[in-house]
Design a protein around this ligand. Sequence first.
Ligand SMILES: [Zn+2]
Ligand SMILES: [Zn+2]
Length: 213
Amino acid sequence: MSNDNGNPVARGVPGAHGEGSQPGAKPHRNHVRGSGDFVFDMRSLGHRPGEFRDEKRTVRAPDGLGSGLVLVPAGADVALDLRFEAVSEGVLVTGSAVAPLSGECARCLDPLTTETEVSFQELYRYLPDPGEDEADGEERFLDGDLLDLEPAFRDAVVLALPLSPLCSADCPGLCAECGAKLADVGPGHGHGDKVDPRWGLLAQLEINDRVED
Ligand SMILES: [Zn+2]
Ligand SMILES: [Zn+2]
């Protein structure tokens, strides 16, 4: 558990990260730009368009990724599979990330764990010359030779988070009347004729209407 943050290449055997999320994962500080797991050094790539480099890396999920019903646990293993390609404006990153998700089922509120796989393609430009117009906020830039993938990763994951995560596609949810979990109490679960008295009155009115017809 004493991984040196500065040497992520040595860890992360592909396909060997097991359960992924560790319940006791220690919270970690937000990385300073340029020093995090998600930072890649582009020095070896060179500036010649067409050159590319493939890299797989297992990194720790940053804090605060997700909201509401589902999130990527901070510090959980995220598997990155990336291609960095030199283009004339900068570096084009194409790749995918697999991240664990934990949350609760939107229907029955049971805890659930699953994972999400996101794909992305982002252009990181060389920093504009001082004289150039300030670029708009949507663009991403290299910081010298360093490429910080975290913002692109965050954007891709947030877009992919399910709005209504389900423990299973056919989760029957909870009984609207007593809150029992319908998957546990079975399809026969019901509350007989004990309906709200106001509905009972309405039903009678409808019957009377029908009789008069
Ligand atoms: Zn459920
Ligand atoms: Zn019930």
